[in-house]
Design a protein around this ligand. Structure first.
Ligand SMILES: NC(=O)c1ccc[n+]([C@@H]2O[C@H](COP(=O)([O-])OP(=O)(O)OC[C@H]3O[C@@H](n4cnc5c(N)ncnc54)[C@H](O)[C@@H]3O)[C@@H](O)[C@H]2O)c1
Length: 332
């Protein structure tokens, strides 16, 4: 196989840095374009000595950031953006400009790049929204009912990509990721499993809203493995396809996660609350990605909980300030 050159847009993020580790270990050439919104320079430091890694500080909203880069890459993976409900709600205008208008402009530039073999857009299972009926498990063709600005913008970009169906030389694929967990070079402790584990380990009071609600989860290293499969498979297998990304066995309620943590850590200081504003409650079917791309997850929830516990014990994290002025927990 010809050595592919991959552009990871948003590659300095939580999932992006884990993907970088995996793709470099497979000998692929990586260019990362990222605005370092969270001032997460430390998270990419270790890649810089690798001859197959290049970093460009830039913004998907600015053509000059990517014009030349696009001429030289075979595959584009889009991970960039403001991620999650709280941040897109708080910075609505910025979210519109990055996640919607900036993203569309960037996608159009990719479409014009004749050499591009494929484009993979990372979307979210949050697009399914809420299931009030018991036993509904969402498939790729289930109706989308996004509840948050974040998910509504993801749905709009999905539609935008799929509207190019007749284009011969543009082959986008959409991966709807489950909620991620696990250790990554750029850590996020706002995600359910990571947040629960850290709070419980540090014996902080933990408020859990709607403990019975379901959501699918997937380890960041498994996402990295899936992206490798999506890069190396025949492009016609994934062109204009949507895949739920995760595993059917990893649909859990929040209470199930607490019960798993209980087997590893001493749990106290938990307050259960009802009627959160976050109404997401859904189970997802991941059979298509298993069947078509032969993807099976390897890393369990227990694995993620234990590795995070070990990293916190080693004091691997510190607080630093982001471009948005907020303080974030970063890798040391
Ligand atoms: N983390 C999850 O649980 C999860 C679940 C489903 C889908 N996703 C999707 O996966 C992708 C990555 O998520 P993540 O958890 O790694 O988030 P993250 O916030 O850690 O990563 C996003 C990256 O994008 C960069 N970025 C932001 N705006 C940019 C811009 N204008 N130009 C260039 N770079 C910019 C940030 O600096 C950051 O490195 C996102 O598209 C997200 O919607 C994540």
């Amino acid at each position: 196989m010809k050595l592919k050159h991959i552009l990871l847009v948003g590659g300095a993020g939580y999932i992006g840095t884990s993907v970088t580790e995996h793709l470099l270990s497979k000998g692929l050439k990586i260019t990362c374009l990222d605005s370092l919104l969270y001032a997460q320079k430390n998270s990419i430091k270790k890649f810089k000595s690798n001859k197959n890694y290049n970093f460009f500080l830039g913004d998907i909203r600015e053509k000059k950031s990517y014009k030349n880069i696009l001429k030289n890459v075979d595959v584009v993976i889009i991970l960039a953006g403001l991620v999650g409900d709280p941040i897109t709600k708080k910075y609505r205008q910025l979210s519109n400009s990055i996640n919607l208008s900036g993203m569309k402009k960037f996608i159009l530039a990719c479409k014009k790049t004749k050499k591009l073999d494929r484009l993979i857009f990372i979307s979210t299972c949050s697009n399914y929204g809420l299931s009030r009926k018991k036993n509904i498990i969402f498939k790729e063709n289930s109706p989308l009912k996004p509840l948050s600005i974040y998910a509504k913008q993801k749905v709009e970009i999905e539609k935008f990509l799929l509207s190019f169906r007749k284009s011969e030389n543009f082959k986008p694929c959409i991966l709807r990721f489950a909620t991620a967990f696990g250790l990554s070079p750029r850590m996020r402790f706002d995600l359910t499993v990571n947040h629960f584990t850290k709070s419980i380990f540090e014996n902080k009071e933990l408020e859990i809203y709607d403990a019975e609600t379901w959501r699918p989860y997937c380890h960041v290293k498994d996402f990295a493995r899936l992206i490798y499969i999506a890069i190396t498979c025949k492009s016609k297998k994934i062109a204009f396809q949507v895949f739920n990304a995760g595993s059917s066995k990893n649909n859990f309620r929040k209470i199930d996660i607490i019960n798993k943590i209980k087997k590893i850590l001493f749990v106290r200081n938990i307050v259960f609350k009802k009627n959160d504003i976050d109404q997401r409650n859904y189970k997802v079917n991941f059979e298509k990605v298993k069947k078509v791309l032969k993807f099976k997850t390897k890393f369990s929830l227990e694995y993620g909980i234990k590795e995070i516990q070990r990293a916190i014990k080693k004091k691997k994290f510190k607080i630093s300030k982001s471009q948005l002025g907020n303080y974030y927990i970063q890798n040391n």
